[in-house]
Design a protein around this ligand. Structure first.
Ligand code: HEM
Length: 326
């Protein structure tokens, strides 16, 4: 009894412990005094960007995930490497785009308050603004993160889940980052916007068994397999893109859950959400269109993800240019 109480107390305190390093906490409006325009400048750049290049919404939202899961939310994903050995060069990040938009926000903010706002916080703010600009609901972003000094290619593959990950490995990876099974199913809802390269899921369309060229993943709707095969021909070009939520891939809504429930999730990691009672029940509750509760959950889970391994106090630095350490 005493042990289970202790576990409960620890679980409740975990987010606070994770968001506190060196006695400092990340919190909403961290820049209220030091750079009051930071959030509105960011929102304006995101608005302008998406009005001319709406396809950047997907990669800019994905960037926050790829930053936070690798060495914590410290903007290590942004660091360039002259020898191609940084996170940017790892396989999952080869399809990441939009770095220049983060640079644009950073330059605009630096003009108002030089050396104050971290690149890690800019990624977090941009991800929220992308969701809002795409039709989702807003949430208060905690800020006060500092930027890291290290970025390693090997960290990318080790910490980012593969599209063929099963529910056991997804749960365990999220747990290692202090995130729950609910966070997993809620954050996967980000796949309501954006596109994917055929290469991320063609293993499900052709020779799935390894012994028959025509075999496909039986957990995917066969009509959907047929439609996807038309877009993604076997051994076809590597640059073909498919909307992850067809017809609604620029709109942030809950239709991802409808797709998953119809066995039309694009990746095995999407389909895997039907293999666990908690994630399956979330999918089923939201497949009929329950955006208000999904939007609220999404904000909460993004805040949780934004607390992973943050640097505060004197740790790290505030980079002057996001792609380089000072
Ligand atoms: C749960 C495990 C996850 C896996 C295995 C996964 C994997 C992938 C893969 C393979 C792509 C396609 C990239 C491409 O081919 O260009 C993708 C796209 C995307 N992911 Fe995830 N992802 C996961 C979770 C997340 C989370 C937590 C977020 C954000 C909260 C996210 C946001 C996105 C977005 C927005 C795109 C579209 C990118 C674009 O339009 O270029 N994903 N994901």
């Amino acid at each position: 009894m005493a042990t289970s109480k202790m576990v409960l107390i620890l679980a409740l305190l975990l987010p606070l412990i994770l968001s506190t390093v060196n006695g400092q906490v990340i919190k909403p409006e961290f820049y209220k005094q030091s750079c009051p325009l930071a959030e509105s400048i960011t929102m304006n750049v995101v608005r302008e960007t998406l009005s001319v290049a709406p396809s950047l919404s997907g990669p800019l939202l994905r960037m926050f995930f790829h930053d936070c899961f690798v060495r914590g939310c410290d903007a290590s994903v942004l660091l360039d490497s002259p020898t191609n050995q940084a996170e940017k060069d790892s396989i999952p990040n080869l399809t990441l785009r939009g770095y220049e938009i983060i640079d644009r926000v950073k330059s605009a903010i630096e003009m108002h308050c030089p050396g104050v706002v971290s690149c890690a916080d800019i990624i977090a703010l941009v991800s929220r603004d992308v969701v809002v600009q795409s039709g989702g609901a807003s949430w208060e972003v905690e800020t006060g993160r500092r930027d890291g000094l290290v970025s390693l290619l090997s960290d990318g593959l080790a910490n980012l889940p593969a599209p063929f990950a099963n529910i056991t490995s997804l749960k365990s990876l999220f747990l290692q980052k202090g995130l729950s099974v609910k966070d997993l199913v809620v954050l996967s809802g980000a796949h309501t916007i954006g596109t994917a390269h055929c290469s991320a899921f063609t293993n499900r369309l052709y020779n799935f068994t390894g012994t028959s060229a025509n075999s496909f993943d039986p957990t995917m709707d066969s009509n959907y397999v047929a439609a996807l095969r038309k877009k993604c021909v076997q051994n076809g070009p590597s640059n073909v893109l498919v909307e992850m939520d067809p017809g609604s891939s620029k709109k942030f809504d809950e239709s991802y859950y409808k797709l998953v429930s119809k066995r039309r999730g694009l990746f095995q990691s999407d389909a895997a959400l039907l293999d666990n009672s908690e994630t399956k029940s979330y999918v089923q509750t939201h497949m009929g269109g329950n955006s208000a509760s999904f939007f609220k959950d999404f904000g909460v889970s993004m805040v949780n993800m934004g607390r992973i391994g943050v640097l505060t106090g004197n740790a790290g630095q505030i980079r002057k240019v996001c792609s380089k350490i000072n």
